[in-house]
Design a protein around this ligand. Structure first.
Ligand SMILES: C[S@@+](CC[C@H](N)C(=O)[O-])C[C@H]1O[C@@H](n2cnc3c(N)ncnc32)[C@H](O)[C@@H]1O
Length: 305
């Protein structure tokens, strides 16, 4: 499918036919997430998002305003020499998306480098990113595993952004949108699946699942459904990299705890700690190092299935 057809399909389904919030949209996303999508006269789409990533536009004015953050990003990167490759591929992808390599790009690039290094010897053919946003994590993983298929799962409305921004990085890659359960078997380079149909992941042959800062904003029942779907992979003991807040309260009062995600005692935990590059974030105005609202933990695990 070409990019425009996928965008048109998603636009019709999630902005035109149904304007209500879907059953997989948590109270957080009802309050915080904003996707403004307008159709231009030539039929293409103008996308503006809020709440799913702090991106610094690469225009000169924005660059000047963010000089302190960009300098501090360099400082933080120097603390992780073992993942120094993150800068090269992370910057290349950010440039193609017309963004600066700011902190949001840095932390995802470090995560991608860490995952690749940890799974050096694993045979990874299909990777599923749940809750990306600008297709950045998906694009990073594709550049590290060029032969693997990337499956992007996101709320139908945000998925339009993933499609558009992945296309900017890989303009010649084959893309497809799952419109029925059987299409999850497609072998295109990138496969997009609206979270509204996340059950279609059931029994798919995915080797690695990645979730960065998005389960923390879902309700526990949705998180646990995702965990069950991951365990249903036809691949024995699929990998899961999970990087999320230890605890977060959603606007409806639900408190979501990392510890309560649907883990099993039979899971093989390869790594589990507070995420070393996700402790403070740099800002362009004082105080230049700021704390998150709570600690963020990352875990690399082989899920029992
Ligand atoms: C805070 S953003 C994180 C984006 C990116 N992973 C990052 O680290 O910057 C959370 C993402 O989760 C997505 N999301 C929210 N609910 C979801 C659901 N039920 N299934 C899949 N993705 C979801 C949002 O659309 C958004 O892209």
């Amino acid at each position: 499918m070409n990019k425009n057809n996928i965008l048109e399909d998603l636009y019709q389904s999630y902005f035109q036919s149904d304007t209500s919030y879907s059953r997989v949209t948590s109270s957080h996303w009802k309050v915080v997430g904003k996707q403004t999508v307008t159709r231009k006269t030539d039929g293409s789409f103008d996308l503006h998002g809020l709440g799913f990533g702090h991106r610094i536009s690469s225009n000169i004015f924005s660059q000047l305003c963010h000089i302190p953050e960009l300098i501090l990003v360099k400082e933080l990167l120097s603390k992780f020499p073992e993942y120094s490759d993150a800068e090269g591929f992370g910057r290349r992808i950010a440039r193609k998306q017309s963004f600066m390599f700011g902190y949001d790009c840095l932390r995802q690039s470090l995560a991608a480098s860490y995952i690749k290094r940890s799974l050096e010897d694993a045979d990874i053919k299909r990777i599923c990113v749940i809750g990306d946003g600008y297709g950045y994590t998906g694009a990073l993983l594709k550049s590290l595993w060029p032969d693997a298929q990337i499956i992007e799962v996101n709320l139908g409305r945000t998925l339009m952004f993933d499609v558009d921004y992945i296309h900017k990085v890989f303009p010649t890659a084959s893309l497809s949108l799952a419109t029925k359960a059987s299409e999850i078997q497609s072998n295109s380079d990138f496969l997009f699946l609206a979270a509204e149909q996340y059950e279609w992941l059931q029994g798919s042959s995915i080797n690695l699942f990645v979730n960065i800062s998005s389960m923390q904003e879902m309700s526990l029942d949705i998180i646990n459904n995702y965990l069950s779907l991951m365990r249903s992979s036809s691949i024995k003991n699929p990998f899961f990299y999970c990087c999320n807040r230890v605890e977060k309260q959603l606007p409806d009062g639900e408190v979501v705890l990392f510890e309560q995600y649907g883990w099993s005692l039979d899971d093989m935990i390869l790594d589990d700690e507070l995420c070393p590059w996700y402790k403070q974030y740099p800002a362009s105005l004082p105080p230049f190092w700021r704390s998150f609202d709570g600690p963020i933990r990352h875990r690399l695990v082989r899920l029992a299935n």
